[in-house]
Design a protein around this ligand. Sequence first.
Ligand code: WTA
Length: 632
Amino acid sequence: MPYRISNFEEYKSEYQQSVSDPEGFWAEKAENFEWRKKWDKVLDWNFTGPDIKWFSGAKLNITENCLDRHLITKGDQTAIIWEPNNTEENSISLSYKELYEKVCKFSNVLINNGVKKGDRVCIYLPMVPEAAIAMLACARIGAIHSVIFAGFSAASLSDRILDTDAQIVITSDGGFRGNKKINIKEIVDQALDKCPEVKTCIVLKRTGDEVKMISSRDKWWHLEELSAGKEHLSEEMEAEDPLFILYTSGSTGKPKGVVHTTAGYMVYSHYSFLNVFQYNKNDVYWCTADVGWITGHSYLLYGPLLEGATTLMFEGIPTYPNAGRFWEIIDKHQVNIFYTAPTAIRSLMAMGDEWPAKYKLDSLRVLGSVGEPINEEAWHWYSDKIGKNNCPLVDTWWQTETGGILISPLAGITPTIPSFATLPLPGIQPLIVDSEGKEIMGNNVEGNLCMKFPWPGIIRTTYGDHERCRQNYFATYPNLYFTGDGCKRDENGNYRILGRVDDVMNISGHRIGTAEVESAINEHKFVVESAVVGFPHSIKGQGIYAYVICDFEFEDADKVRNEIISEVVKIIGPIAKPDKIQFVKGLPKTRSGKIMRRILRKIAEGEVSNLGDISTLLDPGVVEDIKNGALV
Ligand code: WTA
């Protein structure tokens, strides 16, 4: 059976085989990797624990598969192309050999700093090659990396450092983003004030600005390298040893640390990368996601490097120095495969067709979309103006918890339909359930999206709190993994993702829990209570609408609004800024005290005439008030 699928018939037969004999199917796929020792058992699982083990007994190191095994055949081939934020600065190419050497050296830096197998290492870096080097060095020595998106605030950073119990943080003096400079080290210093267990902070010089260095704790990356050896033999890892922790928002409480393990994640990120994007030898592949998100882990770094591909990493933003930057980079580096988010597409679409029209874009062969539903208008614009109607567009649906793409066309193989993620990858068994958890069979149906069988990249636990993992994903419906997304299956069995059915918003492709934003808003001294919902936003997909009750009379509402926004930026980061803040006297609550968000969502959407049944509300009068003051 082929590892790389090459036509639709083959897809169908691979899919059949993956369902009738999942263990045989994945055992065969796993043969494509280097193992120090092969597995004793392909799969052990139950979704009640959950307790999921892939390739038990196997021993390996993922970086041997990402780096060492390519050295003979691809040592001089480019592994990473790095494009800086500032156009005056030169781009950098790192060959597989160079990347290998840098990773070995930094592995020794970590070891010299006392990092051992199983230790957690927090990485808070901008989009520079060293972010990839640091992640791979962790994996090489068996430490668990926890990358935190460098747009998060000091408070979010310290929460995550504390949750992982890390003793070391890797960061930089600063970073460039568009025309701004970010004082990254200052944010880290603030965060570390709350993290006494962090004994070491390794600082990369990026902007060259002067920063405060605490001599007992802070060490320069380049100086540490001077005393680090060149050679490093990678650590032998068990299949189920954790590879990384990545925090993501849920509908309740603080973000949780999703744990992915070594062997299953390796097999799944590579298999899905190769088949969805149909990567060809010598292609230049560009995923615009930040390494701080799962897409950056699986499809900027691990998937492509496992394939021995050339992966492009961009430090900047799509609109700097102008709205042609993405298209300029595509021409400059002759990008063949381009993977980005609908928000970026919509914002560039709004800048006008003249921008892409200035560029050839003729190297492109495959386009991808990820992170949020892509509306038909954006889909067509992307396909027409960027793909010149000549590139298959893969709308890839997946989640931090799934480790890799689960539902997506395979480029050039699966017939595409605008705004549909289409069909499950081999090994993926989706089903749609109603609110009681009963499977809705057949086609032309709609409901909640679940998975009935594990795949190698599935979440294993949430760090330090297994019960939370069970509650969140495996308890809503017995024996099923619940995605939190609603979806539709059309008459031909194609899936269209409709968005979250829980209290998670998707703002510009970033997952943000309503509870997180509410608790940040509630920190403002005037605020008694708040309720947050998402509302449709033409660029961001969803915007944040906050209903806020204050116990203090004030004149200048805009001043208080701005203070609340600053509070949210301070506690979470700029990505969670509310777009609209409506001051209200009360919130629509049921007699048991539960906020009826359905009503708040409708009002935020401007659908005030059709609020449905409000008779169960404690005080239906508040709805009138809210309607009258709605900011739509
Ligand atoms: C949403 C990002 C529609 C979905 C990889 C999911 C999508 C959440 C798509 C996960 C898509 C992701 N179409 N919705 N192609 N891709 N989503 O964990 O709601 O940051 O549950 O992972 O994004 O977001 P996360």
